[in-house]
Design a protein. Sequence first.
Length: 200
Amino acid sequence: MIKSLPSAGFNVSKIVLGGALLVGLGAATMVYAQDKPLNTVEKVELDKYLGVWYEVARKPLYFQNKCDRDVTATYTLNENGNVTVDNRCFTADGKVTQSVGEAFVQNQPFNTKLKVSFLPSAIRWLPVGRGDYWVLKLDEDYQTVLVGEPKRKYMWVLSRTHNPDQAVVNEYLDYAKSVGYDLSDVIRTKQTGQQPGSTK
């Protein structure tokens, strides 16, 4: 019995050390991925991309703090050839909140990198206060998309349906992690199928 104690302690130490090495390796892999340039999909056909998308996952974002459930994003082509962005959601007390902006394509004809502005429409043309909107992963049928930005602070998984296959959602989240996103704070959006109406 006495002789077995050092052996047992040694085994525990190896397990602890092995666990620490795995954690360290995972952190190093994430840092390496974050240092690499963030790649987008090859091309986005805007006419296929337009329409209603349901948010199914996101990283925390201050201007979405009031959103409790049923977050949607509707994209339409406007008269300037840019994309109107209409974001809506329900707050915890059941009210609808809406934010309308405009997206400007930065790399035509590939259409994979956009800048989005939510400034008042009269000054929206100014090249300030615009956020990056990069299409990182998109299926060929335009049913699920991963959107992010080069600093990897913000990220969304959007779907054409409010109740997508969770295996598909996990696939997109796994991809986000593989390109350097920290998913420890990811939010799974509550979707009941109720589409927020206009606040007007």
